[in-house]
Design a protein around this ligand. Structure first.
Ligand code: ZN
Length: 250
C-alpha cells in the first residue's frame, strides 16, 4: 500500500473537530459501532467484542495553529509550502491529523480490535480528553491500555509520568518491554498529552507512537508518508496478543 498524499492534504485542511470526525466516519460501517460524542470528543466502540480487553487508540483533531491552505507533496513527504521563506504562524497540521488518518485506516478494516477516540483541544491542555472522563469511566474496565498516535518521528514509544510531585511512571515496565520487543520502537520521554491524562486518571498504562510528523508546532512542520505507513503496519500486525487478553495497570 502506498499512501495517497492528496487524501492527507484534504484532512490537513479541515478546520473543526466536527469536520475531522465526519472525515473519520467516511466509509465506516457505523452500525457496528457505538458512537459516544460530546462537544470536544468522539469515541467509537465496537458493538461486537470477542476479546477480553481492547486497547483504546487516541488521536486529536485540533492543530497547534491554523493549518496552511496549499501544502505540497514531494518525494514521499508533505510540506506546508514550497516557499522556504514560509515563516507565517500557521502549521501543516500533521500533528495530529496523521494519527486521525491511521485510526481511519484501522477503523475501515472493521476488526473490532480497538476503541477509537478523537479528542479536541489537546493543544489547550487536553480539554477534550478531560471532558470525556465521565464517559471513559463507564467502560474503562474493558480497556487493556491506551495507545496514542500523536508522537513525532518514526520509532518512538513516548512514555509519561504523573503530573503530581510523586513523578510516577504512567506505564508498567512490563508493558513497555512488551511493546518494545514486539514493535522494535524505542522508549522516549514525553510530556503531558491526552493518553497521559487518561492514564493518570484511571490507572491504565499508556504509550504514544510516532506517526511520521516532524517540526510540529512550527511552520516548517512536515510529514514523511513512509513513517506513517510503518506505524500503521505495526498497529495492524505487530502488537502483542496480550493487549487483548489482559489489563496493564500503571
Ligand atoms: Zn499532538
Amino acid at each position: 500500500m502506498s499512501i495517497d498524499p492528496q487524501q492527507l492534504i484534504t484532512l490537513y485542511k479541515l478546520r473543526t473537530h466536527a469536520e475531522v470526525c465526519r472525515w473519520f466516519e467516511e466509509g465506516l460501517e457505523l452500525e457496528k459501532l457505538h458512537v459516544i460524542a460530546g462537544e470536544k470528543y468522539h469515541i467509537y466502540i465496537p458493538k461486537s467484542i470477542k476479546q477480553s480487553y481492547l486497547p483504546m487508540l487516541c488521536a486529536h483533531s485540533d492543530t497547534f495553529a491554523p493549518t496552511v491552505t496549499h501544502p505540497i507533496s514531494v518525494n514521499g513527504k508533505i510540506f506546508a509550502s514550497d516557499n522556504p521563506e514560509h515563516i507565517r504562524g500557521d502549521v501543516l497540521g500533521a500533528d495530529d491529523r496523521n494519527g486521525i488518518w491511521i485510526q481511519h485506516q484501522l477503523a475501515l478494516e472493521n476488526t473490532g480490535k480497538f476503541v477509537f477516540a478523537i479528542f479536541d483541544e489537546e493543544e489547550c491542555g487536553s480539554k477534550g480528553a478531560q471532558e470525556a472522563f465521565s464517559v471513559i469511566e463507564q467502560f474503562t474496565g474493558g480497556l487493556s491500555c491506551l495507545l496514542g498516535v500523536d508522537r513525532r518521528g518514526n520509532n518512538d514509544l513516548a512514555c509519561y509520568m504523573t503530573s503530581n510531585h510523586h513523578r510516577r511512571q504512567l506505564n508498567s515496565p512490563a508493558f513497555i518491554n512488551l511493546l518494545q520487543s514486539s514493535t522494535g520502537y524505542l522508549p522516549a520521554v514525553g510530556f503531558a498529552t491526552d493518553v497521559s491524562r487518561i492514564a493518570e486518571r484511571f490507572g491504565i498504562s499508556c504509550v504514544n507512537f510516532s506517526v511520521g510528523f516532524y517540526n510540529e508546532h512550527h511552520s516548517t512542520e512536515f510529514t514523511d508518508l513512509g513513517d506513517i505507513e510503518r506505524t500503521l503496519n505495526i498497529l495492524r500486525s505487530s502488537l502483542p496478543d496480550r493487549l487483548w487478553t489482559e489489563r496493564f495497570p500503571c
